[in-house]
Design a protein around this ligand. Sequence first.
Ligand code: PLP
Length: 364
Amino acid sequence: MTVITDAPNSLAGLLRPEVLAISAYHVQPATGFIKLDAMENPYQWPEAMQAEWLDVLKGVGVNRYPDPGAEALRSALRRANDLPDSVDLMLGNGSDELIQIILMAVKPDTTVLAPHPTFVMYRQIAASLGLKFVGVDLQEADFSLDMDAMREAIAVQQPGVIFLAYPNNPTGNAFARKDVLEILSMAKGLVILDEAYAPFADDSFMGDLSQFPNLLVMRTLSKWGLAGLRLGYMAGNPAWIAELDKVRLPYNINILTQVTAEFALSKQAVLQGQIESLRRDRAILFDQLSALPVQVFASQANFITFRLMDREADAVFEGLKQGGVLIKNLSPSGGALRQCLRVTVGTPEENQRFIEVLSSLLQS
Ligand SMILES: *Cc1c(COP(=O)(O)O)cnc(C)c1O
C-alpha cells in the first residue's frame, strides 16, 4: 500500500524536470467527422492495386526481423528521388523519429532554432531532451522569414541545429529560396530542411545537398498518402548520416512498412495522380475561401490556413464541428496565429461540405 501511495512523488523525483514540464502531444478525436485536420491524403488505393498489395503481403515472414538497413527500400527511395551517390539516406519511423534522432545525437548544451510558428515537434522533442529551443517570429503579414531577426538570432544564439519546414506547417507558405540559402551559408551547425510537403511544393533543396555539407533534407511518405505506415527519410552528407545512424534503433522500420512502401513506390503514378488532383482542388478551395470574408494565405502544402476577420475562430471551429467537419483551430496558439484556422485539402465533396458550412457560419 505504502509503495502505491508514494508512487507519484517518487516518480516526480525520478523524472527530469523538463519531462514533467511539457504536455503530451494532443490529437483531437475525429470519429464521425469529415476529417480535414491532419494533412492526410483522403484517397484509398484502387481495388486492383489493393489486391496486388495483399498478395505481396502474403509472402512476408513476420516471424523474422526486418532488414535492419532496409536496403531494398532505401534503393527504391534513392531512385524515386534521383539521389546522386555523393548523398546518403537514412530512414525513420516517420520523420518525427528522425528529428528525435538528430536531437539525441547533439551535445546537451546545443541550442535548437526554428522560425515561429512552425511544426511543434521541433520544440517538443528539444524540450523533452532538455535542449534550449529558440523560436524566431515570422513576419506577421505573410509568414515570410524575418531575415533581420534570423541573422541576429543566429549570430547571438549560435544554434547547433536549425529546422526550416519547407513549406512551413501550419502556415503553408514556402520561404524565399534566397533567404534559405543565406541561412545555409551563415549557419555554423546543421540546417534541416523539412520537406514534408514536397509533393505539393514547387521547389526543393534536394538538389542543393552537394553544395552545403551542413544541409540535411528530410521527407516523409505521410503527406504523400501513407500516413499510417510511418516512414520518413533524410538525405545528406554521408559523414553526417553515418554518425546519426548510430543513434537509430535497429529494425526501426518494420517489415510491413518496408514492403508496403516499396510496393507503393513501384506504383508511383497512382499516388502522383492523387497528388495532382489534390493540387487542383487546393486551387479551387483557395478561390472559394478568397470569396469569403477571411484572409487566406497562399499555400504550397496540402492545407490552407486562413484568418477570420469579424468572427471568433473558436466559435467558427465549433460551428464547423457541429456541421460535421473537423479542421484545426490554430487560434489557441496565439501570436500571429490568433483567429487562424487550418483546413486540409480533402476530396471535392469534402471540400464542398466544408465551404458550405463555413459560408453559412460567416453569413449568420
Ligand atoms: C506532418 C509533418 C511531419 C511529420 O511527419 P511524419 O513522417 O508523419 O512523422 C514533419 N514535419 C512537418 C513540417 C510536418 O508537417
